[in-house]
Design a protein around this ligand. Structure first.
Ligand code: AKG
Ligand code: FE2
Length: 362
């Protein structure tokens, strides 16, 4: 697949990410841990190499293609619905991408971690035939490996945040239900007869809802809005390099020390626009019942960060991880839209002062 795709263009604004070597992180290499910490606190995005899941990722893309080839009517039987559940199928155009209610252009299949690990038992729901057929062979192994990688990174953050050993791990366990999921995303090509504008949002500007995201893409289109800038920059896809980022939940737990950065997906740049774009994410999210608040009582470092924040109250959300997630999912759904207030009600940590200009720009 990759060999037939046009290269990522050289003439578009691109933001470099630090490259973290997963093998060195596993060995406890101090320099690599410092690099991971720098990436997670300054931008909240980094490349991860030597993660060992490339073959699983290719198989997940096959699973995604098999699923998306099913008739729309069949896929719609497994639709995620309008009540704030994410698991299942999402059709293109089911979500807004901004406050004007412009529609998204991607379809995706979300498979719950709990369902993948308990298969053939359905913890949350069942899936389209082509998805279910790949569960044991493809999805469950990918989910297990992704969970292990995100847990390893989380243990580094736990330590650097000065939290007692196992604090973050206890909020992200396999025996409690969560909104953790694997997502395979397809964006159709921009057609020559009706070319999309290069900044048409396929997925609207957002911060991720959970703790850690482990992303794999082949074509450009992902953009970040780096702190201290006032424009969007592409993230260049690099073969064998996953893109990792911090989400709202981990940012809140850390009192804002770890950064959940704004990002979006637009039309792939240049000649890449004419191609189907596939991406795959594993999202680690906290246990459903975890209260979403800074872990200040467990760490003086987190407590100091909260005390120094312009508005310490933002770190006391008053809701559980599940409630945070359901609110965001539900208010993105175009069927639930009453006006710009619905989009605003879907926002997470984007409202923080640094990120506000980007939200206004789009
Ligand atoms: O497709 C991508 O490159 C990013 C997807 C993304 O940001 C998401 O699904 O949250
Ligand atoms: Fe995202």
């Amino acid at each position: 697949m990759a060999s037939t795709l046009p290269p990522f263009p050289e003439d578009v604004p691109t933001h470099p990410l630090l490259v973290v070597d997963y093998e060195l992180i596993q060995k406890g290499d101090q320099q690599e841990i410092d690099k991971l910490w720098e990436a997670a606190t300054k931008l909240g995005f980094w490349y991860l190499k030597n993660h060992g899941v490339d073959d699983d990722v290719n198989e997940m893309f096959e699973m995604g293609a098999e699923t998306m080839r099913l008739p729309l009517e069949e896929k719609m039987k497994y639709e995620q619905g309008d009540d704030g559940m994410s698991f299942g199928y999402k059709a293109a155009g089911a979500n807004a991408v901004d406050e004007t209610g412009q529609l998204d252009t991607v379809e995706f299949i979300n498979v719950s971690k709990d369902d993948a690990l308990a298969y053939p038992q359905a913890v949350h729901r069942t899936y389209p035939s082509a998805t279910a057929a790949r569960m044991e062979r493809t999805i469950t192994p990918f989910v297990r490996k992704s969970v292990a990688i995100n847990n390893t990174l989380m243990a580094v953050f736990n330590d650097r945040l000065g939290l007692p050993a196992g604090t973050l791990a206890a909020l992200h366990t396999d025996d409690a239900q969560s909104c953790s999921e694997a997502r395979c995303i397809k964006k159709p090509p921009s057609r020559a007869q009706e070319p999309e504008s290069p900044d048409r949002q396929a997925i609207g500007a957002h911060t991720d809802f959970g703790s850690l995201s482990f992303l794999h893409n082949r074509l450009g289109g992902l953009q970040v809005y780096p702190p201290g800038t006032n424009q969007w920059y592409y993230v260049r896809p690099i073969p064998g390099h996953a893109i990792c980022n911090v989400g709202d939940a981990l940012s809140l737990f850390s009192g804002g020390l770890l950064r959940s950065n704004l990002h979006r997906v637009v039309t792939p740049p240049g000649a890449q626009a004419a191609h189907e774009r596939w991406s795959l994410v594993f999202f680690t999210r906290p246990n459903n019942s975890a209260p979403l608040r800074a872990l200040a009582a467990a760490s003086p470092r987190v407590a100091a960060a909260v005390a120094a924040a312009p508005d310490p109250a933002t770190f006391e959300t008053g809701v559980t991880a599940r409630e945070w997630f359901a609110r965001r999912i539900k208010n993105q759904r175009i069927k639930n839209r009453t006006g710009p207030e619905t989009w605003r009600a879907s926002r997470g940590t984007e409202h923080s002062e640094q990120q506000a200009p980007a939200v206004k720009a789009h």
